[in-house]
Design a protein around this ligand. Structure first.
Ligand code: HC1
Ligand code: SF4
Length: 571
């Protein structure tokens, strides 16, 4: 152990601990801007400086470790003056229009400037704004970039895509899309991890809330919304609701109060996906089609963009099932539209997703059907949903639990866990077991594929006489490593679930941002809790899904099911 003093408090911490961690473990918060544990420890912003007795120069606390006998001050006059100067210099190159910034109120730079009582900007340089395609789902405002490098590091180290790079030198250095490309020419997966790790408003999703307001105001349109599984774990974080208070039924209430006509839970179409994808897997598995093994899941659009750009030769191994979002859109514009007697052209479908790539998925021509345009008309992130609730001045405390609308009301715990890494696999195994053996397994039998925070899991699952070799991976860097192992023949799997974001959709790029805090694991546990407490935990027991087959689609993998619920990823 190392003994030292921070702000007159004697402390003792293990050798190798950084000063910042030592302070934090002892209830002393040192402000920071660029630091991200394990990912960005480069001391680029110099906001985390501290004063060390006997040393003239201040030292950065994020990348210096404790030494025996150190005497440190985190908030001395010298530290405060230096920090103020640093932050004023950062602000001199930052577009400080907080009133029109999407991150106002949730911005680390704004908070630090306020905390340091910076009420004037002594230096102000002319800001240059790089051009950007505002139609792209990921928006970057270069005038707000503080060059903390987090986006570069998260995209390189965690997602292995190297989309961002530093360009220019000295004071003119700035971040931009690497190799002089435009963002739409890059291989960006749209995972949105760079957005959720940006400390300011330099990166955000394309705001589509106005399109939804317009549809709501259009008397001809019937607006139909779906809420993704992972959204329920995070939306309350932005509105001051606890996990217990922030139920999905209250999101349904909020959407109705905003003027949406019908509201459903994407967990319904996650159950539908299991019926299609589970049967597809069993068909491929029992036919012994070894060359298409493993079959990869197809519900995560970040992963679909990744496989298409990085491993196009593996695309035939994707399940042909559309994602639950797209399946639901197709069902809303056909089966549901018919049931309420509305022309599909007048059905406006809105998805509330924890995801930025879903915006890209809904734009894909691939899903254009002659019957009524795109399956999904607009995708809003969890953040956009909370912005709409705020802009309608609906107090979160006034929301009440409201049921989903009829015809597609039911959903199971298996559908709910889609939102956490391993959940799609677990749901599929629950139903595959039933389809093969005619009996339900213990719903908790497949915990071996659940998230343990490591990013990759594998298990051999006995189903009847067969053993299914399953793997689950989240994060695209982890995915790249797993695919390399598969391609080198080091590992063999029958079925692989991939989610682009670490932890699955709960850690999605469209979720509520808590700077420097990773909440995916905790949110995932919330979904497991909800699953445990659901009356139904098997997708094949969803009565509304069974009715959809009986009344409209006949059976899984029928011709009609193929037309509406499957896609050709090569198209
Ligand atoms: Fe997901 Fe999915 S789980 S992809 O993460 O398969 O976004 O939540 O809605 O479509 O159900 C996202 C979440 C979501 C789909 C489902
Ligand atoms: Fe990289 Fe994901 Fe950001 Fe695209 S969205 S630049 S892949 S981190």
């Amino acid at each position: 152990m190392v003994n030292l003093t921070i702000d007159n408090k004697p402390i003792s911490v293990p050798e190798g601990t950084t000063i910042m961690e030592a302070a934090s473990q002892n209830g002393i918060a040192i402000p920071k801007l660029c630091y991200l544990k394990g990912i960005n420890e480069i001391a680029a912003c110099r906001v985390c400086v501290v004063e060390m007795e006997g040393k003239e120069k201040l030292i950065t606390s994020c990348n210096n470790t404790v030494q025996e006998g150190m005497v440190l001050y985190t908030n001395s006059p010298k530290v405060r003056a230096d920090r103020r100067n640093t932050v004023q210099l950062i602000l001199s190159q930052h577009d400080c229009k907080c009133a029109t910034c999407v991150r106002s109120g949730n911005c680390s730079l704004q908070k630090i400037a306020n905390d340091l009582n910076i009420l004037e900007l002594p230096f102000q340089e002319r800001l240059e704004r790089q051009p950007w395609n505002k139609d792209f789902p990921l928006i970057r405002d270069s005038a707000k970039c503080i060059k903390c490098m987090r986006c570069i590091q998260i995209c390189d180290k965690v997602q292995s895509l190297n989309i961002w790079d530093l360009e220019g030198t000295g004071a003119r250095s700035t971040v931009n899309v690497s190799r002089g490309r435009k963002i739409e020419q890059s291989d960006c997966s749209l995972c949105g991890q760079c957005i959720t790790h940006c400390p300011v408003g330099a990166l955000r999703e394309r705001d589509d809330t106005e399109k939804v307001w317009e549809a709501i105001a259009d008397k001809k349109k019937v607006t139909v919304a779906q809420i993704a599984p992972a959204v329920r774990t995070a939306w309350g974080e932005a509105l001051g609701l606890s996990r217990e208070e922030a139920t999905v039924g209250k999101i349904a209430d909020a959407l109705h109060r905003l003027g949406v006509d019908y509201v459903f839970d994407t967990s319904f179409s996650a159950d539908l996906t299991i019926m299609e994808e589970g049967n597809e897997f069993l068909e491929r598995f029992t036919k012994g089609e070894t060359k298409v093994r493993p079959m990869f899941t197809s519900c995560c659009p970040g992963w679909i963009r990744f496989i298409k750009s990085q491993y196009p030769h593996l695309v035939p191994q994707l399940s042909t099932a559309k994602s639950p979002q797209q399946m639901f859109g197709a069902v809303m514009k056909t089966y549901f539209a018919e049931s309420i007697g509305v022309d599909p052209e007048n059905i406006f479908t809105v998805s509330i997703m924890p995801c930025v790539a879903k915006k890209g998925e809904s734009n894909m021509e691939l899903f254009y059907e002659e019957y009524a345009g795109h399956d999904t008309d607009v995708v809003l992130t969890t953040r956009e949903l909370t912005r709409m609730i705020r802009s309608a001045h609906i107090p979160a405390s006034s929301l009440e639990d409201r049921e989903f609308d009829r015809l597609m009301k039911e959903y199971t715990g298996a559908g709910v866990i889609f939102g956490v890494t391993g959940g799609v696999m677990e749901a599929a195994l629950r139903s595959a077991y039933y389809l093969v053996t005619g009996k339900n397994p213990d719903p908790n039998a497949f915990q071996a594929v659940r998230n343990d925070g490591k990013g990759v899991k594998s298990a051999e699952i006995q189903i009847g006489d067969a053993v299914v070799k399953a793997a689950v991976v989240s994060g695209l860097g982890n995915t790249r490593r797993l695919i390399s192992q598969i391609e080198r023949g080091e590992v063999h799997y029958d079925f692989v679930e991939v989610m682009a974001c670490p932890g699955g959709c709960v850690g999605g790029g469209g979720q509520i941002i808590h700077d420097g805090e990773e909440l995916a694991y905790e949110r995932g546990q919330n979904l497991y809790f909800l699953d445990r407490n659901m009356p139904l935990r098997f997708s094949h027991e969803n009565q509304d899904v069974l009715k959809l087959y009986a009344d409209y689609m006949e059976r899984p993998l029928s011709h009609k099911a193929h037309m509406l619920l499957h896609t050709d990823h090569n198209a």
